[in-house]
Ligand binder design. Structure first.
Ligand code: GTP
Ligand code: MG
Length: 421
């Protein structure tokens, strides 16, 4: 993975603190955090874990643990201490003071990866917005404590002024970023509008990070997108038009991966990108069944889709990486249990004919019947029904072309003015 490290900045050594409620999650959480560290270009110096039902107010973990972390982190020559949970501004301030090291949490780590991955203007703006929104409340609580201390000895002044001005600066910057993102969003909407001239169904590929979405997209669309074992290899959505075996075309969209404990703030900052999937006719939910935690990952994705408002879009579940399953029966059993599901290997191509058939079937289910009498000067519209749906009946009448067809919603809209019963 050396390619992901920058030559100019020395690789930072990160000491990891796993903070879990349940023991059963340990191994998986550790692997996941290590993957995130690697994706951020860091190196794992060492780690420790702490079972925690409720974080301590001042330092997240208890006093004794803080001392232990301090000793370990010094011993392993770590530059940064990473907590696998969300820290408050107070936590960060106190921990940095006591550990004498820079302290970051899981969200900051993810944001750092996003910052490295962002390539498009929209992606970069969204990452910056997320970083600032994340820093704002933390900035406040750090100063709040400072403020109170000063207040205690009867002083008012620089501390508060600095807090006020810092807050205002960050807020102004956030407002500017939001405006810029709105601009980009309008542009994206225009693109989507222009796609409406080609009212093919849109199929969005969603799933947990590293589930194999880009690998599948590459296989389906012959693209050459980065597919990598690192989390969050994809940040910006890519769209491609592909012809299905039934002759109809669809747009496939590859999207950013989801992860458990994805902070809502982050989801909000990426809303503009993630909203792409709300316009989809069908979601392909890629699940890495070779991962022992696939059920948890699946829930995390379903929850995030619902948070975004996409719970009513039909989902085709793809049990991916079946080539890596020790027990081949597992895939067959899962598909039998799960409605609208297919077992595949995006890597080897296993199950692709089944997948194509299932997409055709589900896209067709999204088609709706229209009966219309299209005037001759709009004959192209009637022609388009062949491209964007299935024509059941067509008659050339005196007053226009009578058409009975099953077409996508976009196309139904276009035919609506000429609808007959
Ligand atoms: N064994 C096996 N590995 C796979 C399969 N599909 C994908 N992979 C591997 O899984 C890793 C992640 O694949 P990606 O396609 O980048 O996953 P993604 O869902 O796009 O991930 P992000 O964009 O990072 O969210 C890569 O190393 C792929 O080679 C599969 O069917 N079998
Ligand atoms: Mg990807």
């Amino acid at each position: 993975m050396a390619a992901h490290f920058s030559n100019e900045i020395p690789t930072e050594r990160l000491f990891l603190v796993y903070v879990n409620e349940e023991e059963s999650e340990d191994t998986y959480c550790e692997l996941e955090l290590e993957g995130l560290v690697e994706a951020a270009g860091g190196e794992v110096a060492g780690s420790t874990r702490q079972r925690l039902d409720r974080p301590h107010k001042a330092t997240c973990v208890g006093k004794g643990k803080v001392e232990e972390i301090k000793a370990y982190a010094a011993e392993t020559q770590a530059d940064v201490v990473v907590f696998d949970c969300e820290l408050t501004g107070i936590h960060i301030r106190n921990l940095e003071e006591r550990l004498e090291k820079r302290v970051i949490d899981r969200t900051q780590l993810i944001l750092d990866i996003f910052a490295r991955r962002a390539k498009t203007r929209e992606g970069m703006l969204q990452v910056e917005l997320a970083q600032l929104s994340y820093s704002l409340p933390r900035l406040m609580s750090v100063y709040t404590k400072f403020e109170r201390q000063r207040g205690g000895i009867g002083m008012r002044g620089p501390g508060e002024t600095k807090l006020e001005s810092d807050r205002r600066l960050v807020r102004d910057k956030i407002a500017r970023l939001n405006e810029e993102i709105d601009d980009v969003k309008r542009h994206r909407e225009m693109q989507r509008e222009s796609r409406k001239d080609q009212p093919y169904a849109t199929v969005a590929i969603v799933g947990y990070t590293s589930a194999g979405k880009s690998t599948l997209m590459n296989r389906l669309c012959h693209t050459d997108l980065l597919a990598d074992a690192m989390p969050f290899a994809t940040l910006d959505p890519t769209t491609r038009k592909v012809q299905l075996p039934d002759g109809h075309s669809v747009f496939f969209v590859d999207t950013v991966g989801f992860i458990r404990k994805l902070p809502t703030m982050l989801v909000a900052a990426f809303r503009a990108t993630l909203e792409e999937l709300l316009h989809a006719d069908l979601l392909l939910h890629v699940v890495d069944v070779s991962n022992p935690e696939w059920e948890m990952q699946m829930d995390a994705v379903t929850d995030t889709v619902a948070v975004l408002g996409g719970q009513d879009i039909p989902v085709l579940t793809l049990f991916n990486k079946v080539d890596a399953l020790p027990d081949k029966n597992m895939a067959t059993e899962l598909v039998a249990q799960w409605p609208d599901s297919v077992a595949i290997s995006a890597l080897t191509g296993l199950g692709m004919p089944d997948l194509a058939a299932a997409i055709v079937r589900m896209v067709h289910e999204r088609f709706g019947l229209v009966k219309a009498l299209v005037p001759y000067d709009h004959a192209q519209l009637a022609e388009n029904a062949y491209r964007f749906g299935r024509v059941i009946n067509k008659e050339y009448r005196d007053d226009g072309i009578y058409l009975e067809a099953e077409v996508v919603a976009e196309m139904r809209g276009k035919l609506a003015p000429y609808a007959v019963t």
